[in-house]
Design a protein around this ligand. Structure first.
Ligand code: HEC
Length: 331
């Protein structure tokens, strides 16, 4: 990967009208991308999480309410410490650091193993964490949480930031709109700002194989927590479900919640939904969301896995979600 200081500090700049990013990113690149049938335009859903973000910024009362909720959720996680992210220019001023250009293979644009290089502009994630949470950020929890405006929540092990190079980026280097197509989610022109977490995957096959799993976009807030598994693995849960717990955490809980733990891109408790859903329908949704719901933005279970493995995974997830007792969660 090439990292070099950009000549002048860059900011996201005035918003340009959105055009099809696919055409731009693939111009001169390796594969022309046709917009598939049924593909929806990128959306920017407003969720109550975003209201919470606004409230945190705007009113002390709302901040207190959000604080109480955070405290309730602390039965799942301890040592919660939220930090709203400053703008790129504020961050540059506060840290005195110039933004860097970061070249990555953009996992949201990967199709049939073809990689598309994109150059972004941003700051090393560790420097941002140190600035926001102090030099001892690593001691604040075993997990760094990235909350996005669209309700997506990424839980990333803190040690990953010490092993691999991550960057929080805020613009494209060529000043084209800061947006991307999310091929697996059937969305085009998805806005990436205010912040997007990217990884130096060009020389790192292990990172490349992970795809877009730890690449949250629209990031507005960072937290440090230590995860406790009690909501997902209540006492007495049969050990044969442990694999399913890990799979559900990896593949589902960035967007959904189980017993209050996870993202809020789609509201509801998966443990409850599964108990009200027929197994065949549930499996069909996980394996081919778009066939089940036209225009679905939910990604299918990874299609690089053999079909029998995708079915096995879907089945054990369903069985686990049917079995795990639902815990009432304070809204
Ligand atoms: C990137 C976000 C995302 C991920 C990851 C995700 N989903 Fe979804 N899910 C959605 C969205 C959004 C919907 C609503 C339908 C749509 O737009 O696709 C949904 C709908 C559902 C529904 C239907 C709920 C209802 O009440 O109708 C179920 C069940 C479900 N998801 C289960 C899962 C499971 C199990 C996983 C993990 C294998 C998963 N989802 C992974 C975003 C996601």
């Amino acid at each position: 990967m090439v990292i070099f200081p950009t000549e002048k500090p860059q900011t996201a700049g005035p918003k340009k009208p959105m055009t099809c990013i696919t055409r731009m990113t693939t111009a001169g690149h390796r594969h022309p991308v046709a917009v598939p049938q049924g593909r929806t335009r990128g959306t920017h859903p407003r969720t109550c999480l975003q209201c919470a973000h606004r409230s945190i910024r705007n009113t002390p009362m709302a901040a207190a309410v959000v604080g109480m909720l955070t405290a309730l959720i602390a039965m799942l996680a301890c040592a919660a410490q939220a930090a709203g992210l400053p703008s790129a220019s504020q961050l540059g001023q506060q840290t005195g650091a110039a933004p860097q250009t970061v070249l990555v293979y953009e996992p949201h644009l990967t199709r049939d193993g073809e990689q598309v290089e994109v150059a972004y502009v941003g700051f090393p994630a560790v420097a941002v964490l140190e600035h926001l949470s102090g030099k001892d950020w690593r001691n604040r929890g075993d997990t760094v949480v990235f909350r996005a405006l669209d309700g997506y929540v990424a839980h990333i092990p803190a040690d990953r930031f010490l092993q691999d190079s991550a960057y929080l980026v805020f613009a494209r280097q060529d000043n084209t709109p800061f947006a991307v197509d999310n091929i697996r989610q059937n969305q085009v022109d998805v806005p990436l700002g205010p912040w997007y977490l990217v990884w130096d995957n060009i020389t790192n096959p292990a990172l490349l194989a992970e795809g877009a799993r730890n690449w949250p976009y629209q990031v507005a807030e960072i937290d440090h927590i230590t995860l406790s598994n009690t909501a997902l693995v209540p006492q007495g849960l049969d050990a044969r479900f442990h694999e399913a717990v890990t799979l559900v955490r990896t593949h589902c809980l960035t967007c959904h919640k189980v017993n209050g733990f996870g993202g809020v891109k789609f509201e509801g408790n998966l443990a409850k939904i599964a108990k009200q859903t027929d197994e065949t329908d549930f499996l069909r949704l996980l394996l081919t969301p778009a066939a089940t719901r036209p225009g679905a933005t939910m990604p299918a279970l990874p299609d690089h896995l053999p079909e029998s493995e995708r079915h096995r995974i879907a089945r054990i997830m369903f069985e686990y979600l049917q079995t795990v007792p639902t815990v009432p969660v304070v809204p």
